[in-house]
Design a protein around this ligand. Structure first.
Ligand code: FES
Length: 385
């Protein structure tokens, strides 16, 4: 006769009895899971069918797309969060994250503001081929780059570069529309005055709200430009934001800008706990990273063998996830900057380059897992998905 070892666990009989009573008399109570799933799906949908209702020109190379739900409703979000926009172009299914730039109190639509990336597959598709009335699929709002009233205080410094202004625009609209008791110093870097996104609205809000100051920093100013020029240095930060004690610093720009500003923060002795940062992408040219091996050229190609079967070609200068998508293989993804872990795959053999700052868990590193969105092949690879 088979021995039931469960009966030897202390308390097992009591739990068994309780379950049988619940099953008999309280079916509705022991099936709350379906209800919970229905509620979480409403607030955290994995996919939303969106319709583009409006497109606005912001600068010569940036446009705002307004999305309304094609069916159902939009879930709430925190100012600073992003949505992942899925597209299929030239037979390739891919996605990119874009911060929501509209106010979180505007529940009828989300807006994202897209700046053209030279050679950018998705930004070109969204800017050149999408029209009002088109449908697109997005994720629900995601990400952790948002204000936390318990830890961030009321004195905030936002440092943005280029399209890194988008999460801040949502936060500024929230604070100024709702009259929140928070002071914001926005320091916004761009190459030229023509590239300043939301310029008129930011100036107008700063004029109406004494708790918002806006300083534009132009790195390549035209002749006669009389505003702040150059890079966002520690001297400039101190000059604009004043006494830095008690302030929380938020940083959102290219990886290169974020790295530069972190070095400037160090000069001001700003502690890591007073810095929140978000990057809107991996380095444009990964081969310019300080640790990139000089022997590997950007356009060098390697063979990637998948699950011991299919083989595909990947280039050293592109994230592995792009090569997979080009071959019609989709791995789950969201942030595409090495943060969310959704695109985790196992590296069986070979070597990849992972930029500094990409967060791979200790256990993942130990067992050979990598983020496909932030790994660049340096040799032929064998991977498992
Ligand atoms: S998609 Fe988020 S870590 Fe790769």
């Amino acid at each position: 006769m088979n021995r039931d070892f469960r009966t030897e666990i202390e308390g097992y009989r009591e739990i068994e009895k309780e379950l049988s009573v619940l099953q008999k008399y309280a079916i509705q109570n022991i099936r709350p899971q379906e209800l919970v799933t229905r509620i979480t799906d409403r607030f955290h949908p994995k996919r939303i069918k969106m319709r583009v209702s409006e497109i606005r020109e912001e600068t010569p190379d940036a446009r705002t797309l307004r999305f309304v739900p094609a069916e159902g409703y939009l879930p709430p979000f925190h100012a600073g969060q992003y949505i992942n926009v899925y597209i299929t172009a030239k037979g390739i299914r891919t996605a990119r994250p874009y911060s929501i730039s509209s106010s979180p109190f505007q529940t009828a639509y989300y807006e994202i503001t897209i700046k053209r990336v030279t050679g950018g597959f998705v930004s070109s598709y969204l800017l050149d081929t999408v029209n009002p009335g088109d449908d697109l699929e997005t994720s629900g709002p995601e990400g952790h780059f948002y204000y936390n009233p318990l830890f961030h205080g009321n004195d905030l410094v936002f440092i943005a570069g280029g399209s890194g202004i988008t999460p801040f625009m949502s936060m500024i609209r929230e604070v100024t529309d709702r009259g929140h008791d928070r002071t914001i110093h926005l320091i916004y870097g761009n190459r030229s005055p023509d590239n300043i996104i939301f310029d008129a609205e930011l100036k107008e809000r700063a004029q109406r709200h004494t708790n918002l100051t806006v300083a534009n920093i132009i790195s390549e100013p035209p002749k006669g430009y009389d505003g702040y020029c150059g890079l966002i240095t520690s001297e400039l930060i101190q000059k604009i934001a004043g006494d830095i004690s008690g302030k929380m610093f938020y940083l959102c720009g290219s990886e290169e800008m974020n790295r530069f500003c972190r070095e400037e923060f160090a000069k001001l002795n700003i502690q890591a706990k007073h810095i929140r940062s978000d990057s809107f992408g991996l380095p444009g040219d990964i081969t310019l990273e300080p640790d990139w091996p000089a022997s590997v050229r950007k356009n060098e190609s390697f063979i990637v063998m998948l699950n011991g079967g299919v083989s595909l070609t990947a280039f050293a200068g592109e994230p592995l996830i792009n090569a997979l998508e080009r071959a019609g293989i989709t791995v789950p993804n969201s942030c595409r900057t090495g943060e969310c872990s959704l695109c985790r795959i196992r590296l069986v053999s070979g070597e990849v380059f992972q930029p500094a700052g990409v967060k791979v868990r200790k256990s993942d590193r130990r067992f050979g897992y990598i983020h496909a969105c932030a790994s660049y092949p340096l040799t032929d690879l064998k991977i498992m998905i």
